[in-house]
Every structure is written in structure tokens, then in C-alpha cells.
Design a protein around this ligand. Structure first.
Ligand SMILES: NC(=O)N[C@@H](CC(=O)O)C(=O)O
Ligand SMILES: [Zn+2]
Ligand SMILES: [Zn+2]
Length: 345
């Protein structure tokens, strides 16, 4: 039986670090495990300019522990009037690593998102030309489309034409949840990839309603049927270059989750790498763990892999019921449950 796992230091290709007190509370969890993280720009107001991204990057660096081996990679939130020259300048100056597309009102803090992708023609042309990745929250928002179908419908209505119209544009379909998304990515060229969260490899939609409503298992895209979970899990552990790690860790203060209208988002940052390790072990796929966590992402983004390593040990430990206090009190994914792997160095 394997008792230790050592892999090259991983990266998190999709995380919400928030701002202010919450940023101060959560940044250390991500910085402890990951060498780099793609930081989502859905603050309020969203990060839409080079200056805002530089300032936010500074606040993140102030929030991570002194001497942490961690680099935040910043993203630009696309709006209907996004400016191609500002975006290109940010990319060329090394401030923006990618742009993030939220369909308007698809998820937390996406009210300023894009109402019609045709408004982005000049932005997308520029991104395709300079090799800047487009990261997508892939869900339609039409109220007549069932919440469990929103990803599949987005692929059909928006993504298929997008890939056809911009064949060289690098695209990451973020936090995939369906067999449809897996098929789409596998059927596309190397310019299309996907991130996979721990929760979408572990829970199906029953977990949101197990014995009562479970707000801490509610995130967007919402967990789907078991057959979709199995497809996403298989893709995640496959080792294929187009699938890589992105936690989508999305902390919300406990009162904003346990509410008559609870926020979407699962806070998985504290034990993300342990949780993924458990999945790879269960699937007898530990040989592909490093590719998923540490190699495929940098290859897609055209960045070097990290220098150091991380080591996990087989040790049972119980996830705390809550972390933080007051306005930063959050319930972590797997609260109260026992995990089998522990990050030790
Ligand atoms: N995933 C979520 O459920 N929530 C994210 C937004 C997002 O990634 O869609 C958040 O910012 O809270
Ligand atoms: Zn999202
Ligand atoms: Zn997210």
C-alpha cells in the first residue's frame, strides 16, 4: 500500500480568493499547497482594468504568509464593453494571464458579465492573435432552461460556434460537471481544455438533498446526476493533457450559505490536494496525479512547471466543522469527515 505521495508542486487553475478580511483568512490555504493560482476576478466591483488587477495582486501578496512560495496569476473580468487594447496591454505586461467570461447573472457576482458574446468580437480576435486564454463559466442563464441542463445547452449554443469562429483561441471550460463537457473537450483540439474541481469528482446532485437541504454542497455549476459525476471523474484521473486541476474554492461566510437564499460556492481550499489524492487513489490512478495537478496546466498556459515538490502522507485526519470566525467563518468541504491523506511538506 502506498503511504507517501510526492509530486512536483501543483497549481490551482481556478480559485476565488475574495478581498478584505476573507482574503486575509483564506489566502494561506491556497498558498500552502499551490505554487500558482489563477485568481478569479469576480470581486465587487469586478477586476476589469490592468490597474485594478495590479492592486488586487498586491493585496493578495500582502495576505499570504511571509516567504510563501506562491504567485497569483490575475484574470480580467469581461464585460460587454471590454476594451481589447487594455486587455492586450495587460497580457503583454504580464499582469493578466487570461480573461474570464461570465454570462451575465450566471453565478456569484456576475451581474456585470457578458449579455451577448457577439459584443466581444474585437476582444476575442485580439486574444486569439496574442495567445491569451479565455476562461469560461459555461452555463446559459435562460430561465426556461433547467438548471441541470445549463452547461450542456451552453456547449451547444455558445461553445461550438465559438470554437468554430475562433479556431486558434485558447479556451478553458471551467469547473466541468457533465459528460457532455467531457465529450466536447475530448473532441476538440489541444487549444481547448477544462478544469475539474474536487467536488464534481466526488458528489452527485443527491448530496445537495441528503436527508435535508445541504447548502454547503451547493455550487455552480450545480452537481449533476451520477453518470455525469462518473464521466467527469474518469476524465480527471485520465492523465489526458486537456484536463487539469482547478478547485473553484469559493468561500462564503456561513450565514450567507445557511440562508433563505444561500450563495453558490464550495470552500475546498484547506484540503484540496488531499481530496484530489483520495480520488486518484480510489481510481487506482495515482500515476496520473502529477500530470493533472502539476504538469497539464502549465503546459496549456505555456508556463514552466514549478520547481519544488509537495508530499502527502497516509494519515487519517478529521476536517474541522468550521474555520475562521465572525465575518470569515466558513464551512469547509468535507466538514466533520475523515480524509485519508495529509499534506506534510
Ligand atoms: N462556483 C460557485 O458556486 N461560486 C463562485 C462563482 C463561480 O465560479 O461560478 C463564487 O464566486 O462564489
Ligand atoms: Zn464559475
Ligand atoms: Zn469559480
Amino acid at each position: 500500500m502506498t503511504t507517501t505521495i510526492t509530486i512536483r508542486r501543483p497549481d490551482d487553475w481556478h480559485v476565488h480568493l475574495r478581498d478584505g478580511a476573507m482574503l486575509d483568512a483564506v489566502a494561506e490555504y491556497t498558498a500552502r499547497q499551490f505554487g500558482r493560482a489563477i485568481v478569479m476576478p469576480n470581486l465587487s466591483p469586478p477586476v476589469t482594468t490592468v490597474a485594478a488587477a495590479q492592486a488586487y495582486r498586491g493585496r493578495i501578496m500582502d495576505a499570504v504568509p511571509q516567504g510563501a512560495d506562491f504567485i497569483p496569476l490575475m484574470t480580467c473580468y469581461l464585460t460587454d464593453d471590454a476594451d481589447p487594447s487594455e486587455i492586450a496591454r495587460g497580457f503583454q505586461d504580464g499582469v493578466f494571464t487570461a480573461c474570464k467570461l461570465y454570462p451575465a447573472n450566471a453565478t456569484t457576482n456576475s451581474a456585470h458579465g457578458v449579455t451577448d458574446i457577439r459584443k466581444l468580437t474585437h476582444v476575442l480576435e485580439a486574444m486569439e492573435r496574442i495567445g491569451m486564454p479565455l476562461l469560461i463559466h459555461g452555463e446559459v442563464t435562460d430561465s426556461d432552461v433547467d438548471i441541470f441542463d445549463r452547461e450542456a445547452v451552453f456547449i451547444e449554443r455558445t461553445l461550438v460556434p465559438l470554437v468554430r469562429d475562433y479556431p486558434a483561441l485558447k479556451i478553458v471550460l471551467e469547473h466541468i460537471t457533465t459528460a457532455d463537457a467531457v465529450d466536447f473537450v475530448e473532441g476538440s483540439g489541444p487549444q481547448v481544455a477544462a478544469t475539474i474541481t474536487p467536488q464534481h469528482m466526488i458528489i452527485n446532485r443527491n448530496a445537495i438533498f441528503a436527508g435535508g437541504i445541504r447548502p454547503h454542497n451547493y455550487c455552480l455549476p450545480i452537481a449533476k446526476r451520477e453518470r455525469h459525476r462518473l464521466a467527469v471523474r474518469k476524465a480527471g484521473v485520465s492523465g489526458l493533457p486537456s484536463f487539469f486541476l482547478g478547485t473553484d474554492s469559493a468561500p462564503h461566510e456561513i450565514g450567507r450559505k445557511q440562508s433563505a437564499c444561500g450563495c453558490a460556492g464550495i470552500f475546498n481550499a484547506p484540503f484540496a490536494i488531499e481530496t484530489y489524492a483520495q480520488v486518484f487513489e480510489e481510481e487506482d490512478a495515482l500515476d496520473n496525479f502529477e500530470a493533472f495537478a502539476s504538469l497539464n496546466g502549465p503546459a496549456f498556459y505555456g508556463l514552466p512547471v514549478n520547481e519544488g515538490t509537495v508530499t502527502l502522507e497516509r494519515t487519517d485526519h478529521v476536517v474541522p466543522g468550521t474555520l475562521g470566525e465572525g465575518e470569515t467563518c466558513v464551512v469547509p468541504f468535507h466538514a466533520g469527515e475523515t480524509l485519508r491523506w495529509k499534506l506534510v511538506g
